[in-house]
Design a protein around this ligand. Sequence first.
Ligand SMILES: NC(=O)c1ccc[n+]([C@@H]2O[C@H](COP(=O)([O-])OP(=O)(O)OC[C@H]3O[C@@H](n4cnc5c(N)ncnc54)[C@H](OP(=O)(O)O)[C@@H]3O)[C@@H](O)[C@H]2O)c1
Length: 266
Amino acid sequence: MPSNREGAGQTTLVTGASMGIGVDLAECVAKDGYDVILAARSEDALKSVADRLAKAHGVKTTAIAIDLGVPGGGEKLAAAIAARGLTVDVLVNNAGYGIAGAFDGSDRAAQLGMIDLNDRALAELTHIYWPRMLANRRGGVLNVASTASFQPGPLMAIYYASKAFVLSFSEALWKEAEGTGVRVSCLCPGPTASKFRERAGTGKTRLSRTGTPMPSAVVAEMGYRAWKANQRVVITGTRNRVAARLVPFLPRRTVLGLVHNLQSPL
Ligand SMILES: NC(=O)c1ccc[n+]([C@@H]2O[C@H](COP(=O)([O-])OP(=O)(O)OC[C@H]3O[C@@H](n4cnc5c(N)ncnc54)[C@H](OP(=O)(O)O)[C@@H]3O)[C@@H](O)[C@H]2O)c1
C-alpha cells in the first residue's frame, strides 16, 4: 500500500461500524490509509469488518464492542481507546436509530434512547476529541444526520428532532473550526439500504413506497468526499436535496401535513 495516503499515521473512529452506512464509511477512511477504530454493540460483526478492512487496505483496525446509548458511553469508549494506546484524529459519528409511530403510546425508554445515542453520545465524543483536533490543526468530524434534519417529523417526532440537533450542532462547529484546518461535515442521507428501516419500522409507511433506497456505499462515499472538502452539509440524491431546500419556503402547516402523510402507515 502507498505510504503517502492522506490518512497515513492518523486514526479514525467510526461509530455504528458493525453494519450499514458505518461499514462503508469505515471502508472509505481505510482506503485512504487511516487506521480505524470500529465501535458498535455487535462484537462478532465488528471483528469481521475489522479483519476485512485490515487485509484489504493494509491499515490497523481495532474493534470495540460498546453500547453508546447508555449515559457515559462516549467516555467509556474514549477510555477503552486510550487504554489501547490509541488516539483519534477523525471522528465519524454515525451510530443512530429511529422509531416510526405516534409519540402517544410509544415506549419512553426507546424514545429517550434515540436522544442518548443520536445526540448525547455524538456530542460527548466530539467534546472529548475536539480540543486535540484543534491543537493539531488537522482531522475533524463527520456527523451522520438525515434528510429528517430539515423539518419536524410527526409520527417519528423524536427521531426527526434528534437529527435536527445533529445538523444544527455540526454547522455551528463547522463555523467554529473555520481557518483551523479541522474539517466538519454533516451527511444527510435520504432513504438508504441498510437495517435501519427494519429496525425503525419505517418499511410500513407511505414514505417507504416513494422511491428506491440508495446503496449505503454510495451514501458513505458522498459523505466522506464532502468531509475531505470541508463541505458543511451534504444531502444525498437530487430529489432529497431539492425537497430539503424547498422546506424553508413552504408554510409550516403544509410541511407538517406532508410529513405526517408520508410517515402514515400504508
Ligand atoms: N438508512 C437510512 O435510510 C438512513 C437515512 C438517514 C439517516 N440515517 C442515519 O445513518 C446512520 C447509520 O444508519 P444505518 O442506515 O447504517 O442503520 P443500521 O444498519 O441500523 O446501522 C446502525 C449502526 O448503529 C449501531 N448502533 C445502534 N445502536 C447502538 C448503540 N446503542 N451503541 C452503539 N452502536 C449502536 C449499530 O450497531 P449495533 O446494533 O451492533 O450496535 C449499527 O452499526 C444512523 O445515524 C441513521 O440515523 C439512515
